[in-house]
Design a protein around this ligand. Structure first.
Ligand code: UDX
Ligand code: UDX
Length: 471
């Protein structure tokens, strides 16, 4: 009898329209994901809440806190109708049936697991808050990237509060890449939803799935158990980063052997078993995810006493560091081993094109090294702010004597000894390099850290030009 009641109640919950959902964390993931849900599901009221008032103000203004092609349009269409940005975290926890947690999970900077483990304190505090104040059962969705078994921690917290609601935990990692967030959210390769294999767990998975089914075909929605879903996100990022480190390792060999890394990438990528994506050799991968998630994966492996597995993945990061250092060394070598007092134009600072994000950007390490060598940097990035650059370099405004912040690539290159392209912004392809060449100190040197330009054409102009994996 009691069992039938539970099933009937759950079915009722399942078929009732989801009306209110919220997302804690209005960051690069939470903001765009919720904007897409609001835009595709007019029947759902979506609230994005954050403790950072400034960020929420920006989401409510004409100047969104993050730059993503196409994002302005979907936010301005839905905002105020069924999409709300607010700092009223408790209010929206109370009102929502489904709560996404999309707070940051940085690498730990203290104590046990320092420099490797994911810092889960924000996820934990969200779980505690939900447990403390909820007056109805919730579906809690882990959107943040978390180590496998995090849901166990969330469950324990929820179970240890005085309220006896049967909250459900669902893992629904986000695979969007920055710069293409809107496109990725609109037509993802897959949506992954993991839940408990109990009837209640499966109902929760079904409910989260029903949101996405508003615009994504069901055969693109993969459902798994909780732990597979959590682990798949770390694994996907580790595999993607591994491909970049693999091709970057080969780039070093290309430079010694007159092979061309882009040609090698094309040749191997044509093999359908390998595939062409994520084989672009570069100054190394950046962004908030790859390094953090691999470090986290390695930490987990060591925790579970699998040191060989940890060492295998650590090598992906080591290769990435090597690639950045190698780039700086090549600049130094071609500038007679000294850049002291020389003006170096830095074109691009974001970790990739079409974003204003510079977290873990390879540009940070490269610029730091060049500053150590006493170079004078002239930095231009179309979207990354001066403040973000200074913060990432750990330099105060009044100590930035060795850096010019430029308003265009042309201004940065004027009177420079060397140009270093660090982000593959499209606009760098269309600069008049002949004109730039005339206004540079000779020999004019150009390092294309993204193999963006036709290096032969650049050499014909007169530049001493080098790419990655091209001798
Ligand atoms: C996301 C994921 O959450 C992370 O796990 C993944 O690895 C990368 O992408 P992202 O959206 O990029 O993180 O993080 P960020 O832009 O830092 O946004 C997180 C937001 O959460 C911030 O605005 C922060 O103010 C907010 N926050 C944090 C809260 O609202 N409450 C907290 O307790 C902690
Ligand atoms: C990544 C994953 O792609 C995404 O699925 C996950 O949700 C978050 O982490 P993101 O970091 O936003 O996304 O960007 P991505 O396009 O993966 O690029 C990461 C870094 O790798 C960038 O610095 C990029 O320039 C570099 N990269 C990428 C290469 O150097 N070569 C390539 O072929 C591809």
């Amino acid at each position: 009898m009691a069992k039938n009641y539970v099933i009937a109640r759950n079915l009722d919950l399942y078929y009732r329209k989801i009306m209110n959902i919220c997302c804690i964390g209005a960051g690069y993931v939470g903001g765009p994901t919720m904007a897409m849900i609001a835009s595709k599901c007019p029947d759902i009221q979506v609230a994005v809440v954050d403790i950072n008032q400034e960020r929420i103000n920006a989401w409510n203004s004409a100047n969104l806190p993050i730059y993503e092609p196409g994002l302005d349009e979907i936010v301005s269409e839905a905002r105020g109708k069924n999409l709300f940005f607010s700092t009223e975290v408790d209010r929206y926890i109370l009102e929502s049936e489904i709560i996404f947690i999309s707070v940051n999970t940085p690498t730990k900077e203290y104590g046990s697991g320092l420099g490797q483990a994911a810092d889960l304190r924000y996820v934990e505090s969200c779980a505690r808050r939900i447990a403390e104040i909820s007056k109805s059962p919730k579906i809690i969705v882990e959107k943040s990237t978390v180590p496998v078994r995090t849901a166990q921690m969330v469950k324990t917290i929820l179970a240890s509060t005085s309220h006896q609601f049967q909250h459900q935990i669902v893992s629904n990692p986000e695979f969007l890449a920055e710069g293409t967030a809107v496109k990725d959210l609109l037509s993802p390769d897959r949506v992954l939803i993991g839940g408990d294999l109990t009837p209640e767990g499966q109902i929760a998975v079904g409910k989260v799935s029903s949101i996405y089914e508003n615009w994504i075909k069901k055969d693109r929605i993969i459902t798994t158990n909780l732990w597979s879903s959590e682990l798949s996100k770390l694994t996907a990022n580790a595999f993607l980063a591994q491909r970049i480190s693999s091709i970057n390792a080969i780039s070093a060999l290309c430079e010694e052997t007159e092979a061309n890394v882009d040609e090698v990438a094309q040749a191997i990528g044509a093999d359908s078993r390998i595939g062409p994506k994520f084989l672009k050799s570069s100054i190394g991968f950046g962004g908030s995810c790859f390094q953090k998630d691999i470090l986290n994966l390695c930490y987990l492996c060591r925790y579970f006493r699998l040191p060989e597995v940890a060492e295998y993945w650590e090598q992906v990061i080591r290769m990435n560091e090597y690639q950045k250092e190698r780039f700086v060394r090549r600049i130094l070598d071609s500038m007679f081993n000294t850049v002291s007092g020389k003006r170096i134009a830095i074109l691009g600072y974001a970790f990739k094109k079409d974003t204003n994000d510079a977290r873990e950007s390879p540009a940070i390490g490269i610029c730091k090294r060049l500053l150590e060598e006493k170079a004078h940097l002239a930095i231009y990035d179309p979207k990354v702010s001066r403040q973000t650059i200074l913060n990432s370099l750990g330099i105060k405004e009044d100590q930035a004597n060795s850096i010019d912040f430029c308003k265009s690539a042309t201004e940065a290159c004027q009177d420079s000894h060397c140009i270093a392209i660090l982000t593959e912004w499209d606009e760098f392809k269309n600069i008049d390099y002949e004109d730039i060449y005339k206004n540079m100190v000779k020999p004019a040197i150009l390092f294309d850290g993204r193999n963006l330009l036709d290096i032969e054409m650049i050499r014909l102009i007169g530049f001493v030009a080098k790419g990655i994996g091209i001798s």
